[in-house]
Design a binder for this molecule. Structure first.
Ligand SMILES: C[S@@+](CC[C@H](N)C(=O)[O-])C[C@H]1O[C@@H](n2cnc3c(N)ncnc32)[C@H](O)[C@@H]1O
Length: 203
């Protein structure tokens, strides 16, 4: 990932959501993007030009646009109509974002538009975050990465965040190897990034 001093940036055309630019690069703010927070904290999966990414919970395309600056194609899934309008506008200005209006619980609905991907990135703030991730492993190449941004309060607001994280991690181990886990403080409270690789072929 590109850093100018200690500032994380991406190399695309600016002016997507009012982000700052620095020496011609787009500043990628860790307070606005959990993925930027993960990179700023020293974790994450290196994004490379040949990569295909499935992005679940695209919202208005803030983080999607930065990912698209680094990779070949981003399949961006979002189910809410309002953010989808903004996402469509972001996708109109990029050649490598495929916006998909769908529920990430139902991957069979967007399977016809998909190809195998190197990375599944998920940021959906739902009670069943692990289950959603598992359903979407059908698109992940063996050895590919899952980066799950776990919002512990969406799983269960009454339980300790560490307890929710431990349960999510155990669930993911059914099909994946967990290679790193990080809390995203001070940028995002009660959010953890779980980074996994897919163990073998699912076929
Ligand atoms: C925290 S926001 C994502 C922010 C975004 N990843 C970013 O960094 O710019 C979560 C988004 O996930 C979407 N979402 C939640 N559940 C979903 C589901 N089951 N399928 C698709 N999108 C979902 C919400 O509508 C919301 O826009």
């Amino acid at each position: 990932m590109i850093r100018l001093g200690n500032v994380l940036v991406s190399p695309g055309e600016g002016g997507v959501y009012g982000e700052r630019t620095l020496d011609g690069y787009r500043v990628w703010d860790p307070y606005r993007s959990k993925l930027a927070a993960l990179y700023t904290l020293g974790g994450g999966v290196e994004l490379t030009p040949g990569m295909r990414v499935l992005y679940l919970g695209a919202a208005n395309g803030t983080t999607v646009s930065h990912v698209a600056d680094y990779v070949e194609t981003v399949y961006a899934v979002e189910f809410a109509p309002r953010p989808m309008q903004d996402l469509l506008e972001v996708a109109r200005r990029r050649k490598n974002i495929v916006p998909i209006m769908a529920d990430a619980n139902r991957p069979e609905e967007y399977a016809p538009f998909m190809e195998a991907v190197d990375l599944v990135y998920q940021d959906v703030a739902q009670p069943n975050q692990v289950e959603i991730a598992e359903r979407n492993l059908v698109f992940l190449k063996p050895g590919g990465y899952l980066v799950l941004m776990l919002k512990t309060r969406s799983v269960d607001v009454r339980r300790e965040p560490a307890e929710v994280l431990a349960e999510a991690r155990a669930g993911l181990l059914r099909r994946l190897d967990v290679v790193d886990v990080r809390w995203l403080e001070p940028y995002h409270q009660d959010h953890a990034a779980i980074i996994c690789t897919l163990r073998g072929s699912i076929y």
